[in-house]
Design a protein. Structure first.
Length: 112
């Protein structure tokens, strides 16, 4: 992802940082997973729990998910779990985003 696209995404997600922070903290505090993943998209997907509503005027829809759900839905292969864990950044400092856009699908770590 180019620097300009990253900066644009960061600006567009700024209004959602508080709800994503609350969701991430809740997910880890309740020991649901050590690896929360936020799916950022503009489509209708059946993954995770929606953090944005139908009335939301934002560009993006956001769903809270986890490494475990990504594995169960075969988005991450079981033999890639350890590799994913090594690149995963501390969820107290970063959001792990799985961004689906016209540019494809990509994992991005966004500072909280």
């Amino acid at each position: 992802m180019s620097t300009s696209k990253y900066i644009q995404l960061e600006k567009e997600l700024a209004p959602y940082k508080k709800i994503m922070s609350l969701a991430s903290d809740s997910i880890t505090d309740q020991e649901i997973t050590k690896y929360p993943i936020f799916v950022i998209h503009q489509h209708n997907l059946e993954i995770g729990v929606s953090l944005t509503g139908e009335d939301d005027l934002g560009v993006w829809k956001i769903q809270a998910s986890s490494l475990e759900e990504f594995v169960s839905k075969q988005l991450i292969e079981p033999n890639k779990i350890d590799s994913f864990r090594t690149i995963y950044k501390n969820s107290a400092k970063f959001f792990c985003l799985f961004v689906i856009s016209e540019l494809g699908a990509k994992f991005i770590f966004l500072p909280r």
